[in-house]
Ligand binder design. Structure first.
Ligand code: NIG
Ligand code: MN
Ligand code: MN
Length: 315
């Protein structure tokens, strides 16, 4: 009726030949899911540093709208991939353990509903990985994890309970994963302590520092890691964005120099996604309230696209 009015929230400019990446997300209809599911776990009250990571799932979804679905590198268009968006898990206002139980229960149930689907989980701080993997593993059997992180996240639980510094210790101690099936990539100086490196070694965790990433090359490192995990039923990829140098991921609570560059991480994700056994990924530790020009959320959106691209390349 009014030719110059548009619906609030709709883009100002639309190009008939461009599909925006956020259009790949289809809200769950309560019945059917596609081969890829996305779900938000907006918990950050468990972070040992001040964190607004609870706002990240929405920020990352929104950042998808900055990108198209076309990959000039591969010649592929992701336009025909439907990602079922299950929405966000509702957190308890004050009780962190209750929130983590909600995450585990919801993930277990959605994965049981769609056991063949691939999963992308948007945190939240890194504490969500314990309940997410616990729920997911129940449908999967023996699992391996590839963790991109500056930190071990193997802290003791006595000092702070189930924080973002503890998820991998909890997974090992609960027997959800054997330490020998955990690979940590991108560990950095002055971000960890000897006690946790020793604990990881005792548990058989494979640890690659950021120096080793560049010495060995990310492709070789991924191939070696996946070879080592060849006996598991499924592999989970956990992406703590603080694995990146602070120049690439300013929106992380625990930023630091000397980290990974964004191309290396993006390449790693598309390589990993090509493996059939890689069936789930989380992206954690983005606080949109301290981000700069949505740089970190934009990168997370691109990580999702690299995951989809890798899955499509495999087929
Ligand atoms: N997942 C992050 N873990 C880091 C940083 C925690 C923080 O500062 O919020 C750690 O335990 O050191
Ligand atoms: Mn970290
Ligand atoms: Mn972490």
């Amino acid at each position: 009726m009014f030719p110059h009015l548009k619906e609030a929230g709709k883009a100002n400019f639309q190009d008939r030949y461009v599909t925006k990446a956020n259009e790949l997300l289809i809200s769950w209809d309560g019945k059917h899911g596609s081969s890829i599911g996305l779900i938000g776990a907006p918990l950050s009250k468990s972070s040992i540093s001040h964190s607004g990571a609870a706002f990240a799932p929405q920020a990352i979804r929104q950042a998808l709208s900055f990108y198209s679905t076309y990959s000039i590198e591969s010649g592929m268009d992701l336009v025909d991939i439907a990602v079922t968006d299950y929405g966000d898990i509702v957190m308890h206002p004050t009780d962190i353990a209750a929130s983590q139980r909600r995450i585990a229960e919801t993930i277990e149930r959605v994965v049981a509903l769609q056991p063949e689907s691939m999963w992308i989980v948007l945190g939240g701080d890194h504490s969500i990985t314990y309940p997410v993997v616990s729920g997911w593993q129940k449908q999967k059997g023996t699992i391996g994890i590839i963790q991109f992180d500056a930190h071990h996240d193997l802290r003791n639980l006595e000092d702070g309970g189930p924080t973002n510094g503890t998820p991998f210790r909890r997974l090992i101690e609960a027997g959800v994963i054997d330490g020998s099936r955990l690979v940590q990539i991108g560990l950095r100086d002055f971000a960890n302590s000897r006690a946790y490196t020793e604990y990881g070694k005792q548990c058989g965790v494979t640890m690659y520092t950021i120096e080793e990433v560049y010495r060995l090359g990310i492709q070789t490192m991924i191939e070696k890691s996946m070879q080592m995990l060849s006996g598991v039923d499924a592999v989970y990829v956990s992406v703590d964005m603080d694995v990146l140098d602070q120049a690439f991921a300013p929106g992380c609570p625990a930023i630091g120099p000397g980290g990974m560059d964004s191309r290396t991480l993006l390449h790693a994700i598309s390589l990993l996604a090509r493996y059939e056994k890689v069936q789930a990924m989380d992206i954690v530790e983005i606080d949109p309230t301290i981000d700069f020009r949505q740089m970190t959320s934009r990168l997370a959106a691109w990580i999702i696209l690299q995951f989809l691209k890798g899955k499509k390349e495999r087929v």
